[in-house]
Design a binder for this molecule. Structure first.
Ligand SMILES: Cc1cc2nc3c(=O)[nH]c(=O)nc-3n(C[C@H](O)[C@H](O)[C@H](O)COP(=O)(O)OP(=O)(O)OC[C@H]3O[C@@H](n4cnc5c(N)ncnc54)[C@H](O)[C@@H]3O)c2cc1C
Length: 289
């Protein structure tokens, strides 16, 4: 299907273009690694493709308490940023596993979260780190937790005319990302797990562990039962084993061409254990990887 490719130079211009026509007739494009394939497969047939390439959304800024990553920063740029590697090891580790180096030069974080794939490697660490999105349109700006934003594969709370401007992540946050796939590159994870140790919340003195699984079901899953087995900043071997066991029990699993449910369950248990152990090791070494 023919379509118009447009290159707005300001956010105002982009918002105006994205509002044009019936819902779905104008679509944003960042790296195009998902969108162009989906158009090729006739999943979408927009009349207007609005490239975000010339918008000022391509910087990574470190504040005192959070990192702000523009939605169109290529994954490779974030992956190679030593500040990200040190402050957000779970994200850094997941980034290095996406597709191939070639793909990561084009693909963006904004595109990955709007695609909202069940097997995204980036959603688990971002959700585990309590990432928030800044979403904007001609009507204004709003901020939404990523965990609320994602509803399912290709389904999010993004409204027609809106775009994701940036992702805001509290920093620093020790953690790890563990995954399993058949081939090391250009393959999709059968299971991916992010483990993050958050500082204490709500007046508590205990740290707040986050364990989030991807690849197991249509939507990324926070495993609260598993988290609640980790009672102290330095969990014992028994607590770690219990957290891994509970993760495998509570997660919902799918069987598809990539793996059977029973295999995914076993993988998840092993990956949760490994993720917690790595996080603790990093904390002992003083953070970062
Ligand atoms: C060969 C291959 C291997 C892959 N391997 C992996 C992998 O291992 N792990 C993994 O997680 N992913 C993988 N992917 C998926 C892909 O790389 C990511 O989803 C990518 O990050 C998408 O980013 P993009 O900039 O290319 O998005 P695009 O294709 O440009 O856009 C994707 C969707 O997001 C919308 N969009 C993009 N940016 C914005 C914005 N700022 N605001 C609003 N809407 C927006 C578009 O309209 C479209 O609907 C793979 C893809 C391919 C083709």
């Amino acid at each position: 299907m023919p379509f118009e490719l447009l290159f707005p130079r300001s956010l105002e211009e982009a918002w105006t273009l994205l509002e044009q026509g019936a819902p779905g007739s104008s679509m944003a494009m960042a790296g195009g690694t998902d969108l162009l394939l989906a158009m090729d497969f006739r999943r979408f047939a927009p009349e207007r493709v609005v490239s975000l390439a010339r918008l000022p959304l391509d910087t990574v800024e470190f504040g005192e308490k959070e990192v702000r990553i523009g939605s169109t920063v290529p994954l490779r740029t974030i992956e190679l940023d030593p500040r990200v590697r040190k402050a957000l090891p779970a994200l850094s580790e997941a980034l290095a596993e996406v597709g191939s180096v070639q793909l990561r030069h084009r693909a963006t974080l904004g595109g990955n979260v709007v695609r909202a794939s069940a097997s995204s490697d980036l959603l688990p660490p971002l959700v585990a780190m309590d990432c928030r999105l800044t979403i904007s349109s001609r009507k204004g700006r709003r901020s939404l937790p990523l965990d609320e934003f994602v509803e399912g594969s290709w389904r999010t709370k993004l409204q027609p005319g809106e775009l994701v401007e940036d992702l805001r992540i509290p920093s620093p946050l020790p953690g790890a990302y563990r995954w399993q796939r058949v081939r090391p590159a250009n393959d999709i994870s059968q299971v991916g797990v992010a483990v993050v140790r958050q500082p204490p919340h709500d007046g508590s003195s205990a740290p707040d562990w986050r364990i989030v699984a991807g690849g197991t079901s249509p939507r990324v899953q926070r495993l609260r039962g598993s988290e609640s087995a980790l009672l102290s900043p330095w969990p014992s071997e028994e607590e770690i084993a219990e957290a891994a066991k509970r993760a495998a029990q509570e997660a919902r699993f799918a069987t598809d061409l990539r793996a059977a449910e029973e295999y995914r369950r076993k993988l998840l248990e092993a990956l949760v254990r490994s993720g917690i152990e790595s996080t603790l090791e990093r904390l002992r070494e003083g953070g970062g990887r």
